[in-house]
Design a protein around this ligand. Structure first.
Ligand code: PLZ
Length: 445
């Protein structure tokens, strides 16, 4: 198998050229001629191979990955179980279209999703290719099942880039600007953002519920869609009690509670799902990213009576639940269980929070440190205020990149740095990465 014929990269970060190196720079010139300029250009080092938490670029640099390709490669790169499952499946068959002739792995993924998502009620799933597609389908299902149209979303939310999910997403630049017109019947209410609003979960929920009831009317609302910990919007962790209060309100009002766990799900926060932390049981859950270790797969999972309200043929797509992606998900879930990555995410969270909180005491530009498990961020402010400091965030990301560490920015104001290491990262690699982050923050402060 591929995993055994290549020599191991080892676990060390190693920068041997300037970054990006000459071969990456040459590739980047080629890219400019043929790849749309509309794609985000993060850190243009071109990757040749990866293992664990290390990316090997075309110039021979070994980069420490604290981003996991935006929370995707949670089990780490080049996990032998995943390589074997995918290779075997590619040789067996790569596609039939589940809607034409089905196969077992699709059913097995849905069995796993029914078992892992919160709640013991009967659940069914439908599989898709991307997170955006899963969110769109969750909205379709909720509208059909309730016969209502309004969808409630939150400030700072991110749900995707397709037409409907752009409308669900809060931030204009770069996601929505001049891409309208947007889908109708989307209503945005206030999020619980403890660092900025200082409200308890109960008070923040009361504020949001009042907005819904006065501006939309509960009986018009098909679904309330929320990221239990916001991702792109800045790793906003709502105050305790916010999610349970909203969940209770949806149940009382016949509104479908959709948890978008695309970024926060699958072990990332030290539970299988971020809602597990407060025992919230959503009606529908969207998953993607960490679910399949890098193969494109997404899902909507939820109450059988909602999911099965849809007429035959109402859900689908050519590639959704592709067999290669499906076996990748099964290998990913097995790896998460075998290696107890839920517990590992908690451990990583403790180490990261401690390091960042210590650093926060020394510098004036870290306003807040927050997150759960291996989904931790710090918010950069102008010293002595809560005003965003996007320039510092940019400088920190650049500094980390120059040292061969990937750290990703986020936040409505571009002033949050998020750490999303593969859960396979070693203690030594994490310590190394955190020391680079600390130097970057000190240099920026
Ligand atoms: N819902 C909560 O985090 C994807 C987007 C990166 P897709 N987040 C990364 C970018 O700039 O495009 C995301 C998410 C949440 C939905 C999505 C959408 O998932 O697989 O990117 O479509």
């Amino acid at each position: 198998m591929v995993s055994s014929i290549q020599s191991s990269l080892g676990t060390e970060r190693k920068v041997i050229t300037e970054l990006p190196g000459p071969k990456s720079r040459a590739l980047h010139e080629r890219r400019k001629a043929v790849v749309s300029a509309g794609l985000t250009n993060g850190f243009p080092i071109y990757i040749e191979r990866a293992e664990g938490a290390i990316l090997l670029d075309v110039d021979g640099n070994q980069i420490l990955d604290l981003g996991s390709g935006i929370a995707v490669t949670s089990i780490g790169h080049a996990v032998p179980e995943l390589i074997d499952a995918v290779s075997t499946q590619v040789a067996a068959f790569t596609h039939t279209c589940f809607m034409v002739t089905p196969y077992e792995s699709y059913v097995e993924v849905c069995e796993e999703l029914a078992a892992l998502t919160p709640g013991t009620h009967a659940k069914t799933s439908a599989l898709f290719n991307s997170g955006s597609e899963a969110v769109e389908n969750a909205v379709k299902i909720a509208r059909l099942a309730t016969g209502r149209q309004a969808i409630v979303v939150f400030e700072h939310a991110y749900h995707g880039r397709t037409n409907l999910t752009m409308a669900l997403t809060a931030k204009n630049m770069p996601y929505k600007d001049r891409f309208g017109p947007f889908a109708p019947e989307i209503y945005r209410v206030a999020m619980s953002y403890p660092f900025l609003d200082g409200l308890s979960g109960a008070d923040a929920a009361a504020r949001a519920i009042q907005q819904i009831e006065t501006q939309v009317g509960a009986h018009n609302v098909a679904a309330l869609l929320i990221e239990p910990i916001q991702g792109e919007g800045g790793f906003v962790v709502p105050a305790d009690g916010f999610l349970p209060a909203l969940s209770e309100w949806t149940t009382k009002n016949g509104v479908v509670f959709i948890a978008d766990e695309i970024q926060s799900g699958f072990c990332r926060t030290g539970d299988w799902f971020a809602v597990d932390h407060e025992g919230v049981v959503p009606d529908l859950v969207t998953t993607a990213k960490g679910l399949a270790g890098g193969m494109p797969l997404a899902a909507v999972t939820g109450r059988a009576e909602l999911m099965n309200a849809v007429h035959e043929g109402g859900l689908g797509g050519t590639y959704g639940g592709n067999p290669v992606a499906a076996v990748a998900a099964l290998a990913t879930i097995k790896t998460m269980r075998d290696r107890n990555l839920v517990a590992r995410a908690r451990e990583l969270g403790e180490v990261i929070l401690k390091a960042l909180r210590t650093l926060q005491q020394d510098v004036a530009i870290i306003g807040d440190v927050r997150g759960r498990g291996a989904m931790i961020a710090f918010e950069l402010v102008q010293p002595g205020t809560k005003n965003p400091n996007a320039a510092a965030a940019k400088a920190i990301v650049n500094y980390c990149n120059q040292q061969g560490v990937i750290a990703l920015p986020c936040g409505t104001f571009g002033n949050v740095i998020r750490l999303l290491p593969p859960l396979a990262i070693t203690d030594e690699q994490l310590a190394d990465g955190l020391s680079v982050v600390a130097s970057a923050v000190r240099a920026a402060g």
